[in-house]
Design a protein around this ligand. Structure first.
Ligand code: HEC
Ligand code: HEC
Ligand code: HEC
Ligand code: HEC
Ligand code: HEC
Ligand code: HEC
Length: 265
């Protein structure tokens, strides 16, 4: 009898686990994104109640677990790109990667998917995603992208294909300055083709005033990008003027009055 009373007393007086106002998304949502505590301990491995008996799905829209915007924003777009910071702030300059938008929206190149730089999870419970050993910190993993060997070192990226010349890899410190052709191509837009750091017969052709756009639909005049989708996508986009065709690295046809049959690059 005394034991029952004690039990009743204990449950009656038991303090609520969470502070007042915890049902507000800014309170409990932030604790999830920053992983202040592991919700699964009481709300269950699947976040469907556990010992707390409070199922997260009881208040949220049905698809919240797979709705990337639910946690990553949609501040600027519907697909969650650029993502909102984990601390809820939309002050992009304070982010550890303030140039998300330049990459996910893309002007010089097609828009990059998250997978260029992160493993893309399927839902909130995916391994290595929200519940992992690095609370409040996003993991960078380039292995699924075109800069597969790049390394993120918090002040930039090294061994980086995307910021290189297409041949050499680059070290790219974090900067909010827009990049220009010459940052990656010492020759593009430069009147002196001797500076060419490009492959094979580039130098020869540039000396003879053959322009970039005669072989690359990417650019209109060597200083602009007119086909962003094929640019910085991991492979050179080559489409020669109709007089010359290329197969297996060998050319056929005449150009500028010169026979190119069986010429290699
Ligand atoms: C130590 C156990 C425990 C942990 C850890 C825990 N909860 Fe709870 N939570 C509960 C219990 C129990 C309730 C039921 C209400 C109560 O008793 O306070 C609850 C209720 C809630 C509610 C309903 C609102 C309210 O205040 O009752 C929300 C929202 C919630 N939890 C979110 C979370 C989130 C998000 C996390 C992880 C960041 C989390 N909880 C971690 C035990 C826990
Ligand atoms: C008492 C109702 C309630 C419960 C229970 C609840 N939530 Fe929420 N949560 C909300 C509401 C309301 C929103 C805002 C929804 C919206 O914006 O559509 C929200 C939003 C969130 C967000 C997004 C916050 C943001 O950045 O905008 C996260 C993360 C979140 N909840 C985690 C959890 C987790 C994890 C649980 C279970 C442990 C849980 N919630 C249980 C009411 C609840
Ligand atoms: C070009 C590479 C790149 C792309 C593309 C990219 N990210 Fe990131 N992201 C990063 C880097 C680098 C960081 C900083 C990681 C760190 O702080 O250690 C980061 C950080 C983050 C953060 C934490 C931000 C903060 O400040 O709290 C989130 C969340 C995130 N990324 C999600 C995404 C999502 C979702 C996408 C796709 C819509 C995406 N990222 C696309 C490189 C990228
Ligand atoms: C309930 C909240 C929530 C939802 C929903 C959510 N995420 Fe996340 N996401 C997080 C948190 C928290 C992190 C930071 C992870 C950490 O601490 O390492 C994160 C990090 C990321 C990262 C950076 C890499 C990493 O795992 O750290 C990417 C990319 C990402 N999320 C993409 C997505 C995509 C795509 C979806 C939709 C399928 C999605 N997220 C849905 C909370 C969420
Ligand atoms: C005569 C045709 C031709 C002209 C003119 C030309 N390119 Fe190329 N370019 C090629 C070919 C062919 C490749 C593919 C080489 C390969 O597959 O290895 C290529 C590849 C590239 C690459 C990838 C890296 C490399 O060097 O192989 C870049 C970057 C590039 N070109 C930029 C330019 C720029 C900038 C201009 C103008 C300044 C230009 N190209 C002019 C034919 C040309
Ligand atoms: C951030 C680095 C970077 C910047 C800035 C850049 N490029 Fe490139 N560019 C590359 C890389 C890497 C390649 C290698 C091929 C690929 O992946 O598409 C390339 C390839 C090219 C090619 C070969 C055709 C192709 O699409 O593959 C041309 C032409 C070219 N760039 C012109 C330009 C011009 C003109 C500008 C300025 C408006 C410019 N690039 C700015 C990195 C850059």
């Amino acid at each position: 009898m005394r034991l029952l009373l004690l039990l009743l007393l204990m449950t009656g007086c038991a303090e609520a686990v969470h502070p007042d106002g915890y049902d507000s998304p800014t309170a409990h949502g932030l604790e999830l994104t920053l992983q202040t505590q592991d919700c699964r301990t009481c709300h269950g491995e699947e976040l469907d109640g556990g010992t707390s008996e409070v199922d997260c799905d009881s208040c949220h829209p049905a698809d919240w677990r797979t709705d990337c915007i639910f946690c990553h924003g949609g501040d600027d777009s519907d697909d969650g790109a650029p993502p909102r910071q984990l601390d809820g702030s939309s002050d992009v300059t304070a982010s550890t990667f303030p140039v998300h938008a330049a990459h996910t929206e893309g002007e010089l190149h097609g828009p990059y998917a998250c997978t260029e730089c992160h493993v893309e999870p399927e839902d909130v419970l995916s391994a290595g995603h929200a519940f992992d050993d690095t609370p409040g910190r996003a993991e960078v993993d380039f292995r699924g992208g075109i800069s597969a060997d790049a390394i993120w070192y918090e002040e930039g990226c090294s061994i980086n294909y995307c910021h290189g010349s297409g041949i050499e890899l680059a070290d790219q410190p974090l900067s909010d300055e827009p990049v220009e052709c010459g940052d990656c191509h010492p020759v593009a837009g430069d009147p002196n083709p001797v500076l060419a750091t490009l492959s094979g017969e580039h130098r020869e052709h540039l000396f003879h005033d053959v322009d970039c756009q005669e072989c690359h639909p990417t650019t209109g005049d060597g200083t602009d990008i007119v086909q962003a989708d094929g640019h910085v996508d991991g492979v050179p986009t080559v489409q020669m003027i109709p007089e010359v065709t290329q197969d297996n690295g060998r050319c056929t046809g005449r150009c500028h009055n010169e026979n190119h049959n069986n010429a290699g690059w």
